[in-house]
Design a protein around this ligand. Structure first.
Ligand code: AMP
Ligand code: GLY
Length: 422
């Protein structure tokens, strides 16, 4: 089978690595890919958001299956565009991608379907939003409705911060149209977990849970980022909790999407808060998580590609995937300046030595090659990932690998997977 992966992050590198190992793959391409993905797939210089360019490439190269990594092309309608040319694609239609593309849509769906989540109100008027915040008090959470590159959520410890977040979205329009509406919601406390399930519209296949560490600095300090590390399994996330998440969140969501005339195919990513009352939904995504996918692919024993195809073809019912019992961890190395303006162009050396340990796999995000030299080319640059008999063992391997990487402009959290911050 001729397969194209869309995207250029470490998530897409992990997907490319897993898919390249499938015996049914005949040719693997990535658009646009990166220097790491280039070791698994032929990279083509077409942007992930150039829908026309991607469809033209897929037709010209007789691509038979397209796996879309990031959310932006899904929300723009890439899967619809490909399918209308009879090219099979993994991922939701644009209408189903609203589950991620509009937090207001997702919250209304939860309310209709009785899915446990934070209580909320939607606002387009700043004065009304502030009156609601004044009444509810802090802490409180303000979210831009649309896609805001991970910057649209403010967890406000005091009212002033919440008012400022309202102004940033509704008055200053810092997120453009994505912030023309906001959701103001109840602050939830607990540990977070990300849970993943494949969906073919009708049937769901649970994958596994991972924990994403979103804050920039050790001890869960500093601003939120795209994710500075992840690990799986999540302590305490056993079969009972998984069953509850499937019954209370995943299956009712898929049913509500069908009832809304927007059946969801592809991936359902439930961002959860594990509260004292049970798991509650923080957000939905309709694509694989980054960096969670890096640990999921390390733990996956089965061939990924047939499962993605089954989700596309409505054939998930009889499907099963097998996972390793070992723990996997991913530590993200980012360029100085991230999540603001990262320092680009720094020389990265030592990756061969760092990945000599067979337990270690280094997935690339923003990297590029200039001749033989590997250069950093963005914010999150490397995902150093490792397997181990325990989380501690995986962690030791990942950090030993990191210590062998020579990249003066790079930094990482040092506490990913340490039990005190688990
Ligand atoms: P989201 O993009 O909606 O997942 O939000 C990003 C992060 O903000 C989450 O991973 C949580 O850490 C935090 N967050 C979002 N919603 C809430 C909430 N209702 N209560 C507490 N923290 C939240
Ligand atoms: N790890 C967070 C995300 O993929 O949205």
């Amino acid at each position: 089978m001729r397969v194209l992966i869309v995207g250029s992050g470490a998530r897409e590198h992990a997907l490319a690595w897993a898919i390249a190992a499938s015996p049914i793959v005949e040719a693997l391409y990535a658009a646009p890919g990166n220097a790491g993905i280039a070791e698994e797939a032929r990279c083509v210089p077409v942007s992930a958001e150039d829908l026309g360019g991607l469809v033209r490439f897929a037709k010209a190269e007789r691509i038979e299956f397209v796996v879309v990594g990031p959310e932006a092309p899904l929300v723009l309608g890439l899967v619809d565009a490909l399918e209308s040319e009879s090219i099979k694609a993994f991922g939701p239609s644009a209408t189903a991608a609203s589950l991620e593309g509009s937090k207001a849509f997702a919250k209304d769906l939860c309310a209709r379907a009785g899915i446990p989540t934070a209580s909320y109100r939607r606002f387009r008027d700043a004065r009304a939003a502030k009156a609601f915040i004044a009444e509810k008090g802090a802490p409180i959470v303000v979210k831009a409705d649309g896609l805001a590159a991970g910057k649209g959520v403010t967890v406000a410890a005091d009212r002033e911060t919440a008012y400022n977040a309202v102004d940033a979205a509704l008055i200053e329009r810092q997120f453009g149209e994505a912030g023309a509406e906001i959701v103001v919601e109840e602050f939830l406390t607990g540990e977070e977990a990300s849970f993943f399930a494949l969906s073919d519209g009708e049937n769901a296949l649970p994958l596994i849970a991972a924990r994403d560490k979103k804050r920039l600095r050790d001890g869960d300090d500093g601003p939120n980022t795209g994710g500075m590390g992840a690990y799986s399994p999540v302590p305490g996330f056993g079969a009972a909790l998984e069953g509850r998440v499937m019954e209370e969140i995943v299956l009712p969501t898929l049913k509500a999407m069908r009832e809304a005339g927007r059946p969801l195919k592809g991936l359902l990513y439930a961002g959860l808060m594990l509260t004292e009352e049970g798991p509650k939904l923080l957000e939905f995504n309709v694509r694989f998580g980054d960096p969670e996918t890096q640990v999921l692919m390390m733990r996956l024993k089965s061939d990924l590609l047939p499962a993605l195809l089954a989700a596309r073809d409505g054939m998930l019912k009889a499907f099963d995937l097998r996972w390793r019992d070992e723990a996997a961890i991913c530590v993200v190395m980012a360029a100085d300046g991230y999540p603001g303006a990262p320092k680009k162009g720094g020389l990265i050396r030592g990756l061969d030595g760092a990945s000599a340990d067979p337990a270690v796999k280094i997935f690339h995000a923003a990297t590029r090659r200039e001749g033989e030299r590997l250069l950093a080319d963005g914010g999150r640059v490397l995902s150093v990932t490792a397997l181990g008999q325990s989380l501690n063992e995986a962690r030791a391997s990942a950090y030993a690998a990191i210590d062998r990487i020579d990249w003066p402009d790079g930094f990482c959290r040092r506490d990913i997977g340490i039990s005190t911050s688990a």
